[in-house]
Design a binder for this molecule. Structure first.
Ligand SMILES: [Zn+2]
Length: 327
């Protein structure tokens, strides 16, 4: 029903002039637009659902955001909050990227540079400059090789038919559920899949280095971009013990600061939905000395309750950026 309502709403907006006017009625506040991957998802053998858009669309998004918001960096946001100079008589935008994929450098960075717009890139330290393939990318790659089959979840958690007619949605549904299985980590689900549904030999050769390297990150820093922490290993923080959370949050800040020789002021919780981090994560982020921390819960950040350590972000996954806010 909820999906049905959203569909009607989207259709109504796109068929009326209302859609264009909506920009002018947006409330004041800080809007954070979060991207993951930029590029052509059809060419990707891994998780295609985390592509936000292609490079041309990203260029359009930046033009649109520029014309309706004052774009600020994280450093500026932190300063405006510290000095209480953030004006809630206007609309600000902050642009963020999670995970440090190489296309952030090859596809997004040239667009940002062209428009002279700052963005912050949240890096999982161990992914950068490595040939690591994260669990969600491995899972999508493996599942795509089993199109048409019924794939079980470990334990008594049911199954998912990988419908060839809508394969990508079926893969997405499997991964979505895998993240939420009680008492089973995503790593355990991946291990179960690898054991029970092995990759055919022809699919074993995969592309390597899907993440940016340190030199690329430094190059972006020199051109006005910012780097933030996305922990060391990208764990779902609410699933790990206190010592691990502390290590992931504190050590990543320390290592990034040593590498970049400058302060790292912001953290993005991995995955970032409400159940993926907890009160301890927020407390540890404050203790570690971050000035800002970002969730992936959608919403406008407004003055009365500015959530400095749980800043809302709109996840961009639509061709039309308005849909990220309104739908
Ligand atoms: Zn992430």
């Amino acid at each position: 029903m909820k999906e049905f309502g959203k569909r009607i709403w989207r259709r109504l907006l796109s068929h009326t002039k209302l859609y264009k006017l909506l920009w002018y009625f947006l409330p004041n506040g800080v809007y954070v637009f979060n991207y993951h991957r930029i590029g052509s998802k059809e060419e990707c053998i891994y998780d295609r659902t985390i592509f936000s858009c292609d490079a041309n669309t990203f260029d359009q998004h930046i033009k649109t955001i520029k014309s309706h918001f004052t774009i600020i960096s994280c450093q500026q946001l932190a300063q405006l909050l510290a000095t209480q100079e953030l004006s809630f008589q206007q609309r600000y935008a902050v642009i963020t990227f999670d995970d440090g994929y190489q296309d952030n450098y090859t596809m997004a960075f040239p667009v940002l540079k062209k428009h002279q717009v700052p963005a912050i890139f949240f890096l999982p330290v161990n992914f950068i400059g490595s040939d690591y393939i994260p669990w969600w990318d491995q899972m999508a790659h493996l599942l795509r090789q089993h199109s048409g089959q019924v794939i079980h979840f470990p334990g008594n958690h049911g199954e998912q038919w990988l419908d060839p007619a809508e394969l990508e949605q079926s893969i997405h549904r499997y991964i979505h559920k895998a993240k939420r299985l009680p008492n089973l980590s995503t790593r355990e689900v991946l291990q179960y899949l690898q054991k029970n549904y092995p990759l055919p030999a022809a699919a074993l050769h995969t592309e390597t280095s899907i993440f940016m390297d340190w030199q690329q990150a430094k190059d972006m820093l020199q051109h006005g971009m910012e780097m933030g922490s996305h922990t060391i290993h990208h764990p779902i923080l609410s699933e790990v013990d206190e010592n691990t959370q502390r290590y992931e949050i504190t050590e990543s800040k320390k290592q990034l600061e040593q590498l970049f020789e400058q302060e790292v002021i912001a953290l993005a919780y991995p995955t970032g939905r409400k159940k993926c981090y907890n009160a301890l994560s927020v407390q540890l982020a404050q203790e570690a000395g971050y000035q800002l921390a970002f969730s992936n819960e959608p919403g406008i950040n407004r003055k009365a309750d500015f959530p400095r350590f749980e800043i809302h972000r709109f996840s961009v996954s639509h061709h039309d950026i308005k849909a990220s806010i309104f739908c």
